[in-house]
Design a protein. Structure first.
Length: 79
């Protein structure tokens, strides 16, 4: 079974659909039992979706500060 670190390392490939069948099954099993990794995948999916919508527009200083604050809060376990 995958560890959370292994799942995090494969998260982008999981979302891109580039994992092998065995890797995909291992990821799905891990996600089925790990709420933290499910939350991480949801956050990553939301971030990627937002980034696609933004296109090539750079964030404003306020947006960049807000994103940094949100990231720091997530890393500190406050979100």
């Amino acid at each position: 079974m995958l560890t959370c670190q292994e799942m995090a390392e494969r998260a982008s490939d999981h979302l891109d659909g580039t994992l092998t069948l065995r890797q995909r099954l291992a990821a799905e099993v891990h996600l089925a039992i790990c709420p933290n990794c499910r939350a991480y995948i949801r956050q990553l999916r939301a971030t990627l979706g937002l980034a696609r919508r933004l296109g090539d527009l750079p964030p404003s200083a306020e947006e960049e500060a807000l994103l940094l604050d949100m990231f720091n809060a997530t890393m500190a376990g406050k979100v």
